[in-house]
Design a protein around this ligand. Structure first.
Ligand code: ZN
Length: 379
């Protein structure tokens, strides 16, 4: 299939429901050529033409381009430390089906078998339509698709065993894929250089330039939580001192409140931030949670400034607890951020926004990467 066909599919994938006229303009082709191309792709069961929703304006009815109801699908897989999920995703990003379950920290073989069974079930349901697999995994994913997830005890795992006969197989780190999804369909759409930061137990993220994440030589890029923006007196489990990640998460809040190391730092942090938010919505005097959350917010803002200075990002999206902090103490984050920015950035500081996709980010990113790899092959 021609490059132009692939380009048209890419346009419909990015904007399902785009009018045929707009698609022609985006491709720089005439209406005649567009009609011909759409007819060809409809016959190949890749696109479908539909009537546009009535806009209230007069004139000729417009035609919109939609995924074909019998068209190809990508299967997106997201594995976390506690759950797995498989979704069937059509051109344009809509989810047609989802299967999932918990694994409560099981051995890799058990999780692999559960995911394989779900993939088989979706293949039975959709026949030959699933053409690509994208996997989001909770650890470092090398270029040859091997996973190291130390917390789960899954070391040097071959992710391709999830679907050995896949026509297209892509895999990546969950935070990196969430960043990709935020850039393509979320809060960072349109940014030239987007910085995505996700706070859970520690902090991870990715830099996405023109929609493509920087993954690093070993697939380990984005470990911003281990930059020394924290307290040099404190040693991180990674071995280094002064790591930023443990200065902005539940561990930091517990230290600040003089409480023991929380068993579940994410739930703990959420509880502390909620307590602070409720107190701030009322009147002073404030409980110690407010000071703890403010201190973490300042450390977060200062580190973001350092990264924006270093990367020249034009947008920062915060996911996980980062979004909770941004909703609760935006002024503290902003003040520390502006203080830390070089003057060239200070007149128009790149905005800090909450991530839009939430927990769906990793699986949405896995679907996006699968579709990106599949589109040029559709013929
Ligand atoms: Zn560290």
């Amino acid at each position: 299939m021609t490059t132009r066909s692939t380009e048209l599919l890419r346009v419909v994938h990015r904007s399902p429901g785009v009018t045929r006229a707009d698609a022609a303009r985006l491709l720089g082709i005439g209406t005649g050529a567009a009609t011909e191309l759409v007819t060809k792709l409809s016959r190949a069961e890749l696109l479908m033409q539909g009537p546009a929703a009535p806009s209230g304006s007069r004139g000729r009815p417009t035609t919109v381009l939609l995924p074909h109801p019998a068209g190809p699908l990508a299967l997106a897989v997201a594995i976390t430390h506690e759950t797995w999920r498989v979704e069937a995703v059509e051109l344009g990003g809509a989810r047609l089906a989802a299967l999932g379950g918990g694994h409560a920290g099981a051995a890799w073989a058990e999780v692999r078998d559960a995911v394989r069974a779900a993939i088989e079930e979706l293949r039975l349901r959709y026949g030959s339509r699933p053409r690509a697999i994208g996997v989001a995994a909770p650890g470092t994913v090398s270029r040859d698709r091997r996973l190291d997830a130390t917390t789960a005890g899954w070391l040097d795992v071959d992710l391709t065993t999830l679907c050995p006969d896949a026509e297209v197989f892509v895999a990546g780190n969950d935070a990196t894929l969430a960043a990709t999804a935020e850039s393509r369909r979320g809060a960072a759409t349109g940014a030239a250089v987007a910085l995505y930061l996700q706070i859970e137990a520690g902090l991870g993220g990715a830099v996405v330039e023109d929609g493509r994440p920087v993954i690093g030589a070993r697939g380990a890029a984005g470990e911003f939580g281990h930059m020394p923006f924290g307290d040099p007196a404190i040693r991180c489990p990674c071995g280094a001192r002064g790591c930023w990640g443990i200065a902005v998460d539940g561990h930091a809040l517990a230290r600040s409140l003089g409480e023991p190391v929380p068993v579940d730092p994410i739930t703990y942090a959420r509880r502390v931030i909620t307590t602070a938010a409720r107190a701030l919505a009322a009147a002073p005097p404030y409980p110690p949670e407010v000071d703890a959350v403010r201190a973490v917010a300042a450390t977060l803002g200062r580190g973001i400034a350092g990264l924006v200075n270093g990367l020249d990002a034009d947008l920062v999206a915060l996911g996980g607890l980062g979004a909770d902090l941004l909703a609760t103490v935006p002024a503290e984050i902003d003040a520390a951020y502006r203080d830390g920015l070089m003057s060239i950035h200070r007149d128009t500081p790149p905005p800090i926004v909450p991530a839009a996709l939430g927990d769906d980010g990793p699986i949405a990113g896995a679907a996006e990467e699968a579709w990106t790899a599949l589109l040029p092959r559709l013929a």
